[in-house]
Design a protein. Structure first.
Length: 239
């Protein structure tokens, strides 16, 4: 671990074009469960699989049941940025980190102070009326009962990408370009199994691919440095 941290610290100190790509594992140290680990969300038992509940068709057909699950399992209003979020924000302040690309919808990177955050799957902090497009905060969702509705009577939908929905093309283009141009690409807290987001890593052209993940990924053989430790601890010790 110590040798890997020294290597990572040296790489970070000698680069001013770093991009970070992360997933659910980045936020577990903030008390937000991930999805695919043994005790993750997708291994809990519900009347429907979480992947079904978090789909566009389920939202349309079973909106109230969607919201019962969504409020209970997807919203963590009291979560605070952890050492990983804080370290990445600090790297940006030092003009080293050019972008944070995240699969998470919790908004913790922004709360930590990062400004160039590309949210591939949207943000639970934003909510939009499906009829008039009026914006609502997450507090409106939390404080409502049943199906949250707009002042116009329309249904409010979280600004998150559900299964069966496409990713925002402009965000994908920005993420692709950032990774393509990066000198250093740090990938952390993600199984790299969710596409098309996981495919972004194939656009990296550099020779400093760093994977920080507790479990193996299909891209391990492409990495120049692999660290199997908590990402918050790793980054906070390396910067």
């Amino acid at each position: 671990m110590e040798t890997a941290i020294i290597r990572l610290r040296d790489i970070l100190q000698n680069s001013d074009n770093i991009v970070f790509f992360g997933g659910a594992g980045v936020s577990t140290e903030s008390g937000i469960p991930d999805f695919r680990s043994a005790d993750g969300l997708y291994n809990e038992k519900y009347a429907y699989p979480p992947e079904t509940i978090l789909s566009r068709s389920f939202f349309i057909k079973n909106t109230e049941e969607f919201y019962n699950f969504y409020r209970d399992k997807m919203l963590y209003p009291d979560a605070k940025p952890n050492n990983a979020h804080i370290a990445l924000a600090e790297l940006e302040k030092r003009n080293k980190l050019k972008a944070v690309i995240t699969q998470n919808v919790d908004g913790l990177h922004t709360k930590a102070g990062s400004t160039n955050v590309l949210e591939l799957h949207g943000s639970a902090l934003r909510n939009i009326c499906m009829s008039c497009k009026k914006n609502y905060t997450v507090e409106v969702i939390l404080e409502s009962a049943g199906i949250p509705t707009c002042s116009c009577g329309g249904i409010i939908k979280p600004d998150v990408v559900l299964y069966e929905e496409g990713l925002d093309s402009s965000v994908m283009v920005k993420a692709t370009n950032a990774i393509y141009d990066a000198d250093v690409l740090i990938v952390g807290g993600t199984s790299l199994n969710v596409y098309p987001a996981a495919g972004l890593i194939t656009h990296y052209r550099g020779d400093k691919l760093i994977l920080i993940n507790k479990s193996e990924t299909q891209y391990d053989s492409y990495a120049n440095l692999i660290i199997r430790e908590k990402i918050g601890l790793t980054l906070s010790e390396a910067i």
